[in-house]
Design a protein around this ligand. Sequence first.
Ligand SMILES: Nc1ncnc2c1ncn2[C@@H]1O[C@H](COP(=O)(O)OP(=O)(O)O)[C@@H](O)[C@H]1O
Ligand SMILES: [Mg+2]
Length: 339
Amino acid sequence: MTRIDMNSGGTAVSVRGLVKHYGETKALDGVDLDVREGTVMGVLGPNGAGKTTLVRILSTLLAPTSGEATVAGYDVLRQPRQLRRVIGLTGQYASVDEKLPGWENLYMIGRLLDLSRKDSRARADELLERFSLTDAAKRPASTYSGGMRRRLDLAASMIGHPQVLFLDEPTTGLDPRTRMEVWDEVKSMVGGGVTVLLTTQYMEEAEALASELTVVDHGKVVAGGAIDELKARVGGRALRIRPADPLQLRPLARALDDLGITGLATVTVDVESGTVLVPILSDEQLTAVVGAVSARGIVIASITTELPSLDEVFLSLTGHRAGAPQDSVPTHDREEVAV
Ligand SMILES: Nc1ncnc2c1ncn2[C@@H]1O[C@H](COP(=O)(O)OP(=O)(O)O)[C@@H](O)[C@H]1O
Ligand SMILES: [Mg+2]
């Protein structure tokens, strides 16, 4: 398989004015985005935002209504055959043949990609090993757990040594532990130099894997940039304070309100977790907060600093939460995946 030499820092994926209409539905409504070679771009958006439509167009499975897109320098409309040879795709839904053993699945894909029998065998062995599936190599994929199937999917997408990998919601529907296994695999693929465009509804996922982020909503890009920059736009740190006595929650919030130092946003009481969240802009403010709390005689059980989550970033950029209603998306509990 030939690899195209691109200058380091070159553009692996370029999208300009991409539009896709399904009748009245504007699945994509003028999307621009660039993914630099060797980086992970997270495309974050709620269900129905247009993520899968974007991935399908970029992998030549779907023609755009208008606009342009290139992957590894190949035009999605004019050079689909060359383009397909340099990409890998893991769809939102598992694409392996359930009846076939894991090894057979990978071997067959190798053959479909024009690898020799010998190379297909070697690649299947190598990838099963890498994705910790060697022990299950001979079992039908139908007997695999969700995480194993997803790993087999990832292995399948790597067979052709892709330069650019599209991962469409790779962990949707997985339990938190399996999700982290998949994250580890993705990180190791990125370590190998592949460029990744990853769609997700999970802030944690984008934070864990991507360096840049494009936030999409209703077919439009609503924000984009380095993840850290996007966070910085939304504000500084926040202190999460848990009083030893839950009854002190509201007095604590009042004490902090009275301080009047928060400027950017207000003090939030989270009754469920028994904590108060207060935004701060400096270490001096942190010290003032702690001083004020102890001056009121409120005993603190724990105090942690938090960066704004992408959930909060999304909320402040779009006016609603990502992953919100519409379809039956598995709702994601942030506490569940906390490490
Ligand atoms: N084949 C299709 N026919 C009609 N509408 C579609 C089709 N595929 C997607 N859509 C619509 O396009 C919008 C974007 O869908 P999609 O790209 O699947 O979003 P996401 O992957 O972000 O959930 C949604 O409103 C969806 O209902
Ligand atoms: Mg989708």
